[in-house]
Structure formats: C-alpha cells, structure tokens
Design a protein around this ligand. Structure first.
Ligand SMILES: Cc1cc2nc3c(=O)[nH]c(=O)nc-3n(C[C@H](O)[C@H](O)[C@H](O)COP(=O)(O)OP(=O)(O)OC[C@H]3O[C@@H](n4cnc5c(N)ncnc54)[C@H](O)[C@@H]3O)c2cc1C
Length: 489
C-alpha cells in the first residue's frame, strides 16, 4: 500500500483554504464585506475604474495592526492571490486590487496623532493626504506628503513620495522616523534607524515587498500659510514652457519653491494645454522665483495665498475621475542650456506616441515634468537614502506619463501607446547620452509613477536587485508577497 506523503496531505489543505471563510468563522471581530453586501462595491474605490472592476473574494477591513497580523497569518495558510490597499490611487491593476482573492483594505487604519514633544506625527496608511493636512490644521506643523490631497498615504510613502516640500526636506520617505510593520509571518515589528535597520532601509522605496505597514511615524515640520495654485497655458507656448522648465530646474535655488509642469492632450488634439502646479512655502513667493513661467502669456491663474490644506484639496480638482488610467515614467538627466533641443525631443516623442491613440474614446494623454534637482538626493543621502539610490551627480527630471480613457476595449491600444511612449522617451535619452549631449549618469525609475511592465528593481543597478532580494527573502522566506502585485523582487 502506498502511504500518503506529508506534502500530499498538507497541499490540498492549503489549496482548499479560503482566507475569507476562515476569518469569518474564526475571527468574526474582523470586519469583512462579501460580494452580496451593499457596502462591497462602494468600498472598492480606486482612482482607475479598471482596478475597481476587479472583484476580490471578500474585503477585509482590519482596525488594528493585530487584526492585520491575524489576516496575514490566515493568508499564510492558503495559496490565494490577495492585495493590500491604502488609498487605491495606484492605477496598475493587481497592485492594490485583486480578482478572486481577498482584498485587505487599510482604510480604518486612519489615525493622525501629532506628538508635539517628539515633533512627530503618527499617520495610519489608510489616510489620504488631505485628511492628514486637515487633522494637522491649527498645530502649525505638517508632514512631507502628497501634492494632490486625495492620494493615499500607504502606497505613496512606500514608493518614496515626491512632495512640494521635497526641496526642503527630501523625499517623503526620508522623513520617516519609524514604521510599524506586519511581516509575512504575522509578527508585528518596528523598523527605525536603530531597530530592524535593513527593513527600515528597504521600506524607503521598496513598495509592498517587505510587509504591511500599519503606521508611519513622520518627522513634523513647521507649516504656515502657503502660496500656490495652477496656471494654464496653451499648447502654442510649448517651446517657452520647455525652456522655462529646464532653466527653473537648473537655476532655482529657493528650496521652498516647487512645481509640476504637465502637458495635456485630448483625443484628436482638441485640447492641447499646459497645467502648471505651483507651490511656495510662504504666503507669497519672492519676486522672480517663478518668473520663467509667469512671463509666458497664460489662460488662467489661480495662484494665491492659502492654507496648505486648502492647496491640497484645491489640487484635487485637477485630477480626472471615473476613467481608466495608466501611469508610466522615465528619468532624464537635465539637459544643459545648450542642449535645450533635447527637451523638445522628449516632448515630441510623447506627442507622437499620444497621437497614435487620438481616436480612442475619451482619451487624455499627459506628460508631467517633475524637476529633481540634485539638492533633493543630497538631503536624502544624509537621511540614509532610498533603495533607488538617487545620487547627487546630476539634476534630473522625473517624467510622468498618464493615459486616461473610457472603455476596456481600448486597453490593448493604450498599453501599446504607453509602451511606445516609454520607449520613445528612453530612446531620446539613450541617443543623447551616446552622442554625449546628455551626461551618462544613473537613471533609476520613480516607483510611484512606474508602469507595471517597467523594471523598477533592475533600473536601480549595481547589484541592488540581488541585495534587496536577499533582504526580502530574510523577511519573507515563503514568498508571501509574491502572491500580490507590485514590482516583483
Ligand atoms: C492624482 C495622483 C496624484 C499623485 N501625486 C503624487 C505625488 O505628488 N507624489 C508622489 O510621490 N506620487 C504621486 N502619485 C502616485 C502615488 O503616490 C502612487 O500611485 C501611490 O501608490 C498611491 O498610494 P495609495 O496609498 O493611494 O496606493 P494604493 O493604490 O492603495 O497602493 C499602491 C501600492 O502600495 C501598496 N501598499 C499600499 N499601502 C501599503 C501598506 N500600508 N503596506 C504595504 N503595502 C502597501 C499596495 O499593495 C500597492 O502595491 C499620484 C498619483 C495620482 C493618481
């Protein structure tokens, strides 16, 4: 007689195990929504309608790190796919959404606790940045966070986080004092500069491959009234805008200033405009800081003195809603003044690729130029740096690409356009590096803007994938986090 092996006894049990059913019977204290529950669909809120269309087997809504731990232990007894969601603003479906496995939504982990003595703020990942700024109003303090208030805290922080305050304080992740983390085996640990140091370093740009962060303790910074808003320009001003972006990135020395310059193009080129987000960390910018831009004739100017919270909620108004979105990124060294034509080449590469989907219903293509002057990596390096290892060799521009559109039938066309756009931008950079028009420097990708097909870990270079992979396996020997989306490591 053939005796059953341990594997043949255990494996069917693992495969059959169902986290939703197990937790419903053994841990009824953990809030769980089934597909038949009225609140199920409204709770599946994502920036991209495509991610909202993915149906998890249930939604688990933990109220504490110990409930997260119970969920993670239960997941460890199954082979199901799953996802962990904070704000749901990452449009790469499968990263924070899942079809057919449990979704762990962290929306109830939404504390914002200011500790005046320690000058820190403990922030739950389930917050959105406008909840954080609202809670801190009246304290005279803030934290380094999102530029659009509705973006979620969890994903943003774990991707590094580029902020209007980055010129002064570095990436958002540079301002983390402590992470509270649930590891793959269910243990709840703290990671700080002195405790679980490898984990602390890995979470700064490491995404969802090291654990579920249940609280971020962030350094608090003084915050008074700010100046900011949006200025819009017609597409006819593109050469002037490209010159202004380049010059601003190189010459601006005022750390309190921040911009995002976004070119927007709708289907059939009906609308071809620039939206410039401006920020200054005082009630008024000193004369001249934004002169490169303000001297260009504009269509609309909403900049004014306001509270920081007001600015974040105001900026929400410029975020399109209820569409399907894709996001992607490339990084370019800042061209020197005499290499200004490279700016036009980048713009044209985007414009050409975007034009290929001009007939897709509801399509809006955008290309955002996000200055990354070397002063930001300099602050970051002092704080220990991100996993991405941005160095101070060169000013850079982080390019963010977005396509939004209406119908899933166009997914393949937009995927093709996104790949072509990324390839086009990369091609411009590589050609100009080869021709020595651009300097040859490290060009990592910014996780928060990454397309799921991009090789985030590979682009870090220097054996980093292996190094961070080893650390990942140390904290996740069974490969639990491989069962959820995100940039594979
Ligand atoms: C309109 C808009 C504006 C944006 N502006 C900025 C900006 O100014 N600066 C910037 O840096 N980025 C910006 N982004 C990008 C944004 O930071 C990323 O999309 C980020 O992933 C969103 O965070 P979230 O919590 O909403 O993500 P989710 O979609 O909930 O999650 C994203 C990823 O993070 C993982 N994750 C989330 N929370 C946790 C957690 N607690 N523990 C472990 N893993 C977790 C998820 O599993 C998923 O893989 C913007 C995006 C949009 C759509």
């Amino acid at each position: 007689m053939k005796l059953p092996t341990l594997v043949s006894l255990v494996l069917p049990a693992l495969v059959a195990a169902d986290t939703c059913a197990t937790l419903a019977s053994q841990n009824p204290e953990i809030t769980q929504l089934k597909r038949s529950d009225k609140a199920f669909t409204p709770t599946l809120s994502y920036w991209s309608a495509a991610c909202a269309a993915q149906q998890p087997s249930c939604i688990l809504l933990p109220k504490s790190s110990s409930e997260v731990s119970t969920i993670i232990r239960a997941l460890g007894t199954t082979t199901e796919p799953f996802a962990v969601k904070s704000g749901g603003h990452n449009p790469n479906c499968g990263f924070a959404s899942v079809a057919g496995g449990p979704l762990v939504s962290l929306q109830y982990l939404n504390e914002v606790a200011y500790d005046a003595a320690a000058r820190t703020v403990r922030v739950g990942p389930g917050n959105r940045w406008h909840n954080v700024s609202a809670a801190l109003q009246g304290t005279g303090m803030t934290v380094v966070g999102g530029r659009m208030g509705e973006v979620g805290v969890g994903g943003y922080m774990l991707g590094g986080g580029l902020s209007f305050l980055s010129g002064q304080y570095g990436w958002a992740a540079d301002n983390v004092v402590a992470y509270e983390v649930v590891l793959a085996d269910g243990r709840i640990v703290n990671a700080t500069a002195g405790q679980n140091r490898e984990l602390f370093a890995a979470l700064k740009g490491g995404g969802n491959k090291f654990g579920v962060v249940t609280a971020f303790t962030l350094r608090a910074h003084p915050q008074g009234e700010v100046w900011g808003g949006v200025i819009a320009f017609t597409g006819g001003n593109t050469p002037a805008m490209l010159r202004a972006i380049r010059d601003y990135t190189e010459y601006n020395t005022d750390a309190k200033a921040g911009i995002i310059a976004t070119a927007e193009l709708t289907g059939l080129n009906l609308v071809d405009i620039w939206i410039l987000f401006l920020f200054y960390d005082a009630p008024a910018p000193p004369p001249g800081v934004f002169a490169n831009f303000t001297q260009i004739p504009h269509l609309l100017d909403t900049t004014k003195r306001r509270s920081y919270h007001d600015l974040l909620t105001f900026n929400n108004g410029f975020v399109l809603k209820n569409q399907i979105y894709t996001i992607g990124t490339e990084t370019t060294p800042l061209p020197a003044a005499e290499a200004q034509p490279v700016m036009q080449e980048l713009y044209s590469a985007w414009h050409t690729a975007a034009a290929s989907v001009a007939r897709v219903s509801g399509v809006v293509a955008s290309l955002a130029f996000q200055p990354l002057p070397k002063s930001i990596p300099a602050i970051s390096t002092q704080a220990g740096g991100l996993v991405t290892g941005w160095d101070t060799a060169q000013d850079r521009i982080v390019l963010e690409l977005d396509y939004s559109y209406w119908y899933p039938r166009d997914n393949a066309a937009i995927d093709g356009a996104m790949n072509a756009t990324i390839g086009g931008l990369k091609g411009v950079v590589e050609r100009n590096v080869a021709a020595k028009v651009l300097p040859e420097v490290k060009l990592p990708l910014f996780m928060n803007d990454g397309y799921f097909r991009q090789d985030y870990w590979g682009r870090i270079g220097g054996g980093s994938r292996e190094k961070w992979g080893r650390i990942r396996r140390k904290f996740d020997a069974q490969g639990l986090w491989s069962r959820t989306g995100g940039f594979a490591l």
